[in-house]
Structures are given as structure tokens and as C-alpha cells.
Design a protein. Structure first.
Length: 326
């Protein structure tokens, strides 16, 4: 079976956005703020894997676990030096959110400085690059295609196990529900939030390290996809990890496939290639529609359906059918 290239691009991108949306949602659930620097963490992962591959000469896949650790450490440093300090000073959600915007600008500027430094010292161009030539082939496909799908599935399964079967996962769920109540129950909420930020920063950098193996990347790539990340989180529902998985996949697939379909439309026998420039509008449209129809996303629609008469009728029919079979 031959999978079209456009479908492979859509699947790879959707897996990356899904992983990033999981991290964005997890940060929002524990810290109660949208982390606008989350996309820039992916930019850090891009340059970790670039350094491993182009500068040190190793396989880019070696950079994946390194990216996870580096991203986690940077995220924890930001939490301890900025978020935690501002929270203890009594600053509100608006100030904390603006601080993440400042962090995003700072990290993006640092990536540009690093890219220019690489060009100056190693005579290599790091302002727009692909690492496809460093990838391996698997069944005639680029290796990143099956690897990205595997990592996405592994991430979801691992998070589900951690949140439902481990003490730290249960503590994270309790902290996300109510920080004050969790603290009263004896949970070290500061430690839990620090672990949460390590996990989300690591996942973001891991997703970013996969980007240059399929998509053109530069220092600004991470910050540019924050709209897609937010749209994925909002589509699934900002208070559910599982919703972020579905939302990220939905936004990622739609962004690639809808744009490609629109480009292939022929008006007067001419393809509309200019539409590709407006690809960032797709996640923006998602966010506008979600905010207008159901701000809680798919999770909100599901809750609304559960409370409706249709759900009660369906449940009663299902129960009657089950009792008859027994």
C-alpha cells in the first residue's frame, strides 16, 4: 500500500501538534495559565537535533532524548525563576500570561543568536534547513513517518498510565482540580508543578526535534505554530489531556489537507497556489468557531450531550437491550 506524500505530511504534522497540545493543556491544567512560550520550546528541540546532526555528525534520532532532557530543564528553570516567583508575589493570571509572552520573545531571540553563531563559527547555514538527508528509510518511507506515529502513541499511552496508575500522576490530577485542596491533603504542589513543567517542556522539545526531519525549520518555527497548538488544545478542551490528543490530531490534519485541497482547486484552469500563504488561518478559524459555539471544545460538547434528553433516551434503550440479552 502506497501512502500519498500529502497524507504522510499531514499525519507527521498532526502527531507533532498533538504532542505539543498535550503539553500546552497539561501546563494550563496545573498552572492555570496559557503558556505562550510553549511553541518556542519546540524551537529549542529543532536546534538541539540540528547541533547533534550537522555539528557533531551523529544521527538526528540521538538528539530526541537529549531534546527531551534539555527542554525539561529549561522549562523548570523558567518555572522557578519566573512563574513561581511571580505567583508567590501574588501576581494574577494576566501578569503570568504576559510573562510567558516575554519568555517566548527572549527564547526566540536566543535561537537567532545561536543560529548566527553557528554560521560564524562552523560556516553552516542554520536559518532555514531540512534534515531529510540525515533520515533513514523504512519500507520506502522516510523514517520520521513511522517514528512520529510511534512516539505520539507511546506518549499518549504513557501519560494515561502515569495519570491513572502512579502516585505522582494522581497528585498531578488532584493539583489540576484544586491547588489549595491538594495542598491541604499533603501534596507538595510546588514539586508537582515543577515536574509538570519538566514534562511539558520535554515533550515540546521532543516534538520540535522531529520537525526538521520533514518540514523546513528556522529559529521562528516554534513560535509560529503556537496558534496551531492552542487551537488543538481548545478543540479538545483545555481541561482534558485526552481531548488535547484528539484536538491536536484534528487541527494538524486539517491544516495540511484543507490547504492542499484549496491549492489544487482550478479556477479558469489555474491552480490556486497562493492559498498556501494563508495556511495559518486554518487554526485561527478553528479557535474562532470553538469560542463562538462551545468554548470548552469537544469535551464541552460531550458533557452537554450527556446532560441532554437524547443521551438519556439512548442510555435507556441500550440498558433495555442489554437486559434482554442477559
Amino acid at each position: 500500500m502506497i501512502i500519498p506524500t500529502i497524507w504522510m505530511s499531514a499525519i507527521v504534522y498532526a502527531c507533532l501538534i498533538s504532542i505539543l497540545s498535550i503539553g500546552f493543556t497539561l501546563t494550563y491544567m496545573t498552572a492555570k495559565i496559557p503558556n505562550f512560550a510553549h511553541g518556542t520550546y519546540a524551537g529549542i528541540g529543532i536546534y538541539v537535533v540540528y547541533t547533534i546532526s550537522k555539528i557533531l555528525g551523529y544521527s538526528p534520532y540521538i538528539g530526541f532524548p537529549i531534546s527531551f532532557i534539555v527542554g525539561g530543564i529549561i522549562s523548570v528553570i523558567i518555572f522557578k525563576l519566573v512563574i513561581s516567583v511571580l505567583s508567590k508575589m501574588g501576581r494574577g493570571t494576566i501578569v503570568l500570561t504576559i510573562s510567558t509572552l516575554a519568555i517566548q520573545i527572549l527564547l526566540t531571540a536566543a535561537l537567532y543568536i545561536y543560529a548566527y553563531w553557528l554560521r560564524s563559527v562552523y560556516k553552516t547555514y542554520a536559518l532555514g534547513f531540512l534534515l531529510k538527508d540525515a533520515d533513514f528509510k523504512f519500507g520506502g518511507y522516510q523514517g520520521i513517518f513511522p517514528v512520529s506515529v510511534f512516539i505520539c502513541i507511546f506518549t499518549v499511552v504513557s501519560l494515561h498510565y502515569m495519570l491513572t496508575r502512579t502516585k505522582i500522576g494522581i497528585a498531578m490530577r488532584a493539583t489540576s482540580e484544586s491547588t489549595e485542596l491538594a495542598s491541604v491533603l499533603g501534596i507538595d504542589t510546588d514539586r508537582i508543578q515543577m515536574f509538570s513543567w519538566f514534562l511539558t517542556g520535554g515533550l515540546a522539545c521532543l516534538a520540535g526535534s522531529m520537525l526538521p526531519l520533514w518540514f523546513m525549520s528556522n529559529p521562528n518555527t516554534g513560535s509560529l505554530i503556537i496558534t496551531s497548538i492552542m487551537a488543538g488544545s481548545m478543540l479538545g478542551g483545555l481541561n482534558t489531556i485526552y481531548g488535547a490528543v484528539v484536538g491536536g490530531l484534528g487541527v494538524g490534519l486539517s491544516e495540511i489537507l484543507i490547504t492542499t485541497w484549496a491549492q489544487n482547486l482550478r479556477v479558469g484552469g489555474v491552480r490556486q497556489l497562493w492559498i498556501g500563504e494563508y495556511r495559518p488561518l486554518v487554526p485561527m478559524i478553528f479557535m474562532i468557531v470553538i469560542l463562538l459555539i462551545e468554548p470548552r471544545g469537544l469535551h464541552g460538547l460531550f458533557v452537554r450531550l450527556q446532560n441532554s434528553d437524547v443521551w438519556e433516551k439512548f442510555s435507556s434503550i441500550y440498558k433495555r437491550k442489554g437486559s434482554r440479552e442477559n
